[in-house]
Design a protein around this ligand. Sequence first.
Ligand code: SF4
Ligand code: SF4
Length: 433
Amino acid sequence: MSETVTSPLSRTFHAEEKRLLQECIHCGFCLPACPTYMENGKEMDSPRGRLHLMESLLEGRMNLDSAFEEHMKLCLVCRACETACPSGVQFGHLMEATRQSIAEVKQKGRLERFLLQTVLPSHRWLSFLFTITRVIQILRLDKLSTVPPLSLLVPKKLRQLQLSLPTVPPRRFGRSYDVHYRAIRKQRGTVTLFTGCVMDHLFPHVHTATVRLLTWHGYDVTIPSDQACCGALHAHAGEKSMTSFLADQNISILDNCNSDYIVINSAGCGSHLKSYLTYIDSGISSRVVDLSELLAVIEMKPKAIGPTDPVAYDEPCHLLHGQGISTQPKTILEKIPEINLVPLKGSDRCCGSAGSYSITETEMSLKLLDAKMDDIEASGAAIVVTANPGCQMQLNWGVKRRGINVEVLHLAELLDKCFRIDPSYPTDPLVLD
Ligand code: SF4
Ligand code: SF4
């Protein structure tokens, strides 16, 4: 590969990235797996096309112009192409390296920088913004902002964000930090729970359900307060220094935990931390597991949820393609007596959430969401189960837009619901040491 020293990609494409790029044999097996290619049919919005563009830029045959940037931005980093690729091309890693180069050459807008560098890494900022959002929701100003003349004043992307957010709960999960939850039943081991940034504020009930499930099944659970945002959104946006800063902070904290497992119930955070760990020498990689990996292998006896509403499982990209986890969540669902599990066509295809993609690439995101909702409606499911907060938010937004009667639940929530039928199962407050 002949490379010009002036290529903007040479900043982040080192020997390893160049080797990975050359692994592509241009077979095109990845094309049908790529949601953006399947949606618009453009080769340059396919994995093969994007790799070709990266190679052309690296070899100085093209410039880092707005067209190049658009093709890269439209990628969901869903990594479905990695699962389909017979050559093992690590597309996600190459896309992140490409976006780092773009970020070094073209500075991001002020708002995006503020959100990535100041808001996401800070629970104080997140608390502040979600408190304002809660007030807006209580006063129903979010609905008002869609009606003229207010709709003319509020930027379209902000309106989209407001409408797609779930109801902000009154309290974040953070109040439970630095608490030790003792195993309720015969002790199996110890767990450190990784709680992330936005999930802590918008889905505290999923963390609570996770702690109840773990303690009930014999795990002591600790939740260190100084853990930070995982940095996945920063990596997708090419923010290298913030990505490394957050990952290093988390790794040093998690490294000091003596627990048997570091459990993550967000597919996006889990995928990011696991891939980050493959590039550094850390002893904790073998202990980082998705919640479903741990629960699938233990004996459990949930109660039936009553009327057997059809349940479909939608696979989060960062669980399926990012971590290779597919059977475990289904194994867990099958443990629920009388469950009516129905197949969901396209369950391996991205719902269009992809971190901040629904805000940055709203048009494509909504097309993918509409396709997902068509498949959900066709499946007849009354409950859709996921294992990632971003997907949960996006699917809920899809349900709201369609006005259909479908409940979207995290796997931990559904399982917890089944166990709560048992009167001896703990309710709030959780068992403290
Ligand atoms: S990561 Fe997803 S959107 Fe991007 S090229 Fe691969 S399959 Fe397509
Ligand atoms: S499947 Fe893999 S080797 Fe084939 S074109 Fe896609 S990325 Fe290249």
